[in-house]
Design a protein around this ligand. Structure first.
Ligand SMILES: C[S@@+](CC[C@H](N)C(=O)[O-])C[C@H]1O[C@@H](n2cnc3c(N)ncnc32)[C@H](O)[C@@H]1O
Length: 197
């Protein structure tokens, strides 16, 4: 399904980085080792690499990865790309200064809880988890994101499922975003940054 979505000359979520990621990026130590989860066509991984970070960009879609490689080449940055199914991935342990999870809402509750647990385990102590996703209220806007309510976030859900982290930021808000044709218009968002103790 994802390959089909990405099989177009356009970058479905644009080539500019996610605004929230740009806003919080000053919290990342210089030259961080960063895992960009479900990084798609690479807009976020490439931008992080341009800031001097060492990026491991993982996504399940072969087509998305091909487009991400082109974006990285154009930006003249080097990224460790990997095509993998994160649901059955051998997650590195205690490896990353940050894990970036921008719109990775492809999983229902059971798998999501496992993914969050794995993401936390992959962080070094003191590492940051950066998450932006859609809230359940997004269903009424219909401007992007999965149609399954159970895949969407609430503040309570993130607090509970990421309880292993110290919360540095948790903000639910509605705003207009323009991220290619995939995310476009008024959106019900939630921003999260947590630190592994
Ligand atoms: C909404 S897109 C977001 C892409 C990127 N994070 C961004 O913000 O531009 C969701 C991404 O999840 C990836 N994905 C879906 N299921 C996956 C899985 N099981 N393992 C790895 N990646 C997956 C898709 O290929 C797609 O790139």
């Amino acid at each position: 399904m994802w390959d089909e979505r990405f099989r177009t000359d356009e970058y479905v979520y644009g080539t500019a980085p996610n605004d929230f990621l740009v806003r919080v990026a000053d919290q990342l130590p210089e030259q961080s080792r960063i895992l960009a989860l479900a990084d798609g066509e690479g807009r976020n991984g490439v931008w992080l690499a341009k800031q001097g970070h060492h990026v491991h960009s993982v996504d399940g879609s072969k087509i998305a990865l091909e487009k991400a490689r082109v974006l990285a080449e154009q930006a003249d940055v080097s990224i460790e790309f990997e095509q993998a199914d994160l649901i059955n991935w051998r997650w590195p342990q205690n490896q990353y200064d940050a894990v970036v999870a921008i719109f990775i809402q492809f999983a229902g509750p059971e798998v999501r809880r496992r993914l969050f647990k794995d993401a936390i385990a992959s962080l070094k102590p003191g590492g940051l988890l950066v998450v932006q996703g859609y809230r359940t209220e997004q269903l009424a806007y219909g401007t992007g994101g999965p149609p399954q309510e159970e895949n969407l976030y609430t503040e309570q859900l993130l607090k509970s499922e990421l309880s292993g982290l110290d919360v540095l930021m948790l903000s639910a808000h509605d705003c207009v975003i323009h991220e290619g044709m995939g995310h476009s218009g008024m959106s019900a968002l939630i921003d999260y940054v947590g630190r592994k103790p």
